[in-house]
Design a protein around this ligand. Structure first.
Ligand code: A3P
Length: 283
């Protein structure tokens, strides 16, 4: 897959639209935000789409957000002119490093959501995702952790990303960050919706939280995805529609990883000790 590297982050070239990626990232940094905008940061496969839907419904104050006409707003893949034109409150999601976020995140009262997920399920999810896209060079399960642990893997390296997000929180204590795990969302979807509503400061009710959690269940999002408009940037991918809703479980890694692979990840994840993450590998 053709890639482009910017400031150490390797991205698929297909994200590039009307300007080179390095220039696009400069435009993202300069993007003017409003106080009520929200940034959603997540390493790929951590549950970005799920949280984006939940967040959009909360900002809209209703669970029937029309999934068929809204496309997931991923900053690195969309022309900055389109990002600028979106009405606030915007929920802008990204897998970019925090150093590439709009500078306004520190100047305005913008809130940040960071969704993270245990590395083993992320790796398995990424493996299936990438294999949908890599027609000629599909990797095997045996190879997947080698690719995944590479510092220059496509989409960025999990451990580097997680460290950078922790640094961002530490260095910018004034920026409100809702740090939540995929496993928390899975264990208590309604409670997570309620906590997120409190964090965002949006009006809600117990019924609305239940309704949003239900509207964003894996099954409902998978069904909705079949009727959803394909994001414009996906049309640049010369393969059938990429599926984002695969299994949606905690612990699927047990069905795919060898003991040795799992142990390699256990060792690697120690690098993240003390960074205020609470990883869970089963529920
Ligand atoms: P799996 O491949 O393990 O199924 P992202 O949106 O960051 O690309 O993450 C995709 C992962 O989140 C996929 O994981 C997908 O199935 C899962 N996912 C998407 N919506 C979900 C939901 N409503 N509930 C649980 N998991 C969900």
């Amino acid at each position: 897959m053709p890639v482009v590297e910017v400031e150490g982050l390797v991205l698929p070239k297909l994200f590039e639209n009307n300007r080179p990626m390095a220039e696009h990232i400069e435009c993202i940094r300069a993007l003017e935000l409003n106080d009520n905008d929200v940034l959603l940061c997540a390493y790929p496969k951590a549950g970005t789409h799920w949280m984006w839907e939940v967040g959009c419904m909360l900002l809209a104050g209703r669970p029937d957000y029309d999934k068929r006409t809204k496309e997931n707003v991923m900053m690195e893949a969309i022309e900055v002119e389109k990002l600028q034109a979106l009405p606030s409150p915007r929920l802008l999601n990204t897998h970019l490093y925090p150093s590439m976020l709009p500078r306004d995140v520190k100047n305005k009262k913008v809130k940040v959501i960071h969704v993270y997920r245990n590395v083993k399920d992320v790796m398995v999810s990424a493996y299936f995702h990438m294999n949908q896209m890599l027609e000629d060079s599909k990797s095997t399960v045996a190879e997947m952790d080698k690719t995944f642990l590479d510092e220059k893997c496509i989409g960025g390296n999990y451990f580097i990303y997680m460290k950078k997000m922790a640094e961002f929180r530490k260095e910018n204590p004034e920026v409100p960050v809702f740090n939540v795990s995929y496993e928390d969302m899975k264990e208590d979807p309604t409670g997570t919706v309620r906590r997120l509503a409190e964090f965002l400061g949006v009006p809600t009710s117990p019924e609305l939280c239940v309704q949003i959690a239900e509207a964003c269940s894996f099954q409902n999002m998978k069904i909705a995805d079949d009727t959803k408009q394909t994001p414009e940037w996906f049309e640049r991918i010369p393969i059938p529609k990429v599926k984002f809703y695969r299994k949606g479980e905690v612990g699927d890694w047990k069905n795919h990883l060898t003991v040795a692979q799992s142990e390699r990840l256990d060792a690697a994840v120690k690098e993240l000790d003390g960074l205020d993450y609470h990883f869970r590998y089963t529920l």
